[in-house]
Design a protein around this ligand. Structure first.
Ligand SMILES: [Zn+2]
Length: 93
């Protein structure tokens, strides 16, 4: 089972496996691009994700650097706790 990561701009979830299939980028490059700019960095449109997920993603990527597996695990437990109920509230402390 793989955990989603989230766009740091729009909060849209992404299966990290998709980073293997970005044309012209290695997995590592695609991962770095996604962590800094999100969807558009890998040729996708920003979606209508939850802004709170974008906030969480930025914090987690800052903390964990290029360890995307750890980031995915961290985000998946975070989303499980806070889920959709926090959609309109402030993000992480
Ligand atoms: Zn996005």
């Amino acid at each position: 089972m793989s955990s989603d990561i989230y766009c740091p701009t729009c909060g849209e979830p992404l299966d990290p496996d998709e980073l293997h299939e970005i044309e012209g980028l290695t997995y590592r490059e695609a991962s770095a691009a996604f962590r800094s700019a999100g969807c558009t960095a890998i040729g996708l449109m920003h979606g209508e994700g939850a802004p709170v997920h974008a906030d969480a993603a930025r914090v987690v990527y800052d903390l964990l650097g290029d360890d995307l597996d750890a980031a995915a695990a961290e985000l998946s437990s975070w989303v499980q706790y806070h889920g959709q109920s926090m959609k309109h509230k402030e993000a992480l402390p």
